[in-house]
Design a protein around this ligand. Structure first.
Ligand SMILES: NC(=O)c1ccc[n+]([C@@H]2O[C@H](COP(=O)([O-])OP(=O)(O)OC[C@H]3O[C@@H](n4cnc5c(N)ncnc54)[C@H](OP(=O)(O)O)[C@@H]3O)[C@@H](O)[C@H]2O)c1
Length: 220
């Protein structure tokens, strides 16, 4: 197996669009991936569809069996889902991908009172869990295909080493992951998604993405 994170990764909500795409890309890169769903049989069916050795379990069991957990559920399901896995993620990295969209006005930035979905996740899970956020600005329907996705992924978190681990997982997914700083900065990427949805509609784009320009030097 190549360098990078060697542990088991659970994708909670991995039966959905973004989770399936991330799970597939990570498993294809050689990572050990378990999909989580509210229903174990749905998880198993999704895992079977995706292939690459992915397995499926109920969300809490997937989180318990994993060393790192990626959460890919709608904002409206974030609190319940984190509640279901909270006891199983203490001491682990939880990667929150939640964009706090509030339908039907998904083209308007509507951040939660906590400031961002990522900060809300940290508050719900407590300090014993290292929350990192990422993948807010990448279109799932592009990520599920094998073609290159023209989009950088900003990664936020208060623990630099944990952020670095997730930057590596983004690289495993075939995208450029960039440190975006502290978890509170996640608000910027979460907000940007509403703007990208607006751009998609206004300019008839099939999944606009973001690129950070300039000659970047790898951080020490
Ligand atoms: N789709 C994208 O292109 C994209 C891009 C960037 C960020 N995001 C963000 O990533 C997250 C996931 O997006 P998605 O499009 O993948 O979502 P999705 O396909 O609508 O849902 C993902 C999974 O969440 C679970 N879920 C749905 N409703 C639920 C509920 N009421 N309670 C508990 N679990 C529920 C379902 O899993 P089970 O039924 O199997 O439990 C579902 O398969 C969202 O926060 C979204 O804003 C999405």
């Amino acid at each position: 197996m190549s360098e990078g994170f060697q542990g088991t990764i659970a994708v909670v909500g991995g039966s959905g669009d973004l989770g399936s795409a991330i799970a597939r890309r990570l498993a294809k890169a050689g990572r050990k991936v378990i999909i989580g769903s509210r229903a174990a049989d749905s998880a198993a069916a999704a895992a079977e569809r995706l292939g690459f050795g992915i397995t499926g379990l109920a969300n809490a069991d997937a989180a318990a069996a994993a060393d790192l957990v990626i959460v890919t559920v709608p904002f409206a399901a974030q609190e319940t889902t984190l509640g279901a896995i909270a006891a199983h993620v203490v001491g682990k990295i939880v990667v929150d991908t939640t964009v706090p969209l509030v339908p039907p006005r998904v083209m308007r930035v509507q951040l939660p009172p906590e400031g961002s979905a990522a900060v809300k996740a940290q508050g719900l899970l407590g300090e014993g869990v290292t929350v990192v956020s990422a993948f807010h600005n990448v279109a799932a329907h592009k990520l599920i295909k094998d073609a290159e996705v023209e989009c950088d992924v900003l990664v936020f978190g208060d623990d630099k080493a944990a952020r670095g681990t997730v930057v590596g997982l983004v690289r495993d997914c075939g995208l450029r992951g960039l440190h975006g700083g502290a978890l509170v900065n996640s608000a910027a990427a979460e907000a940007l998604t509403s703007i990208l949805i607006f751009v998609n509609k206004t300019y008839a784009v099939d999944g606009a993405g973001i690129r950070i320009t300039g000659g970047l030097t790898e951080p020490a």
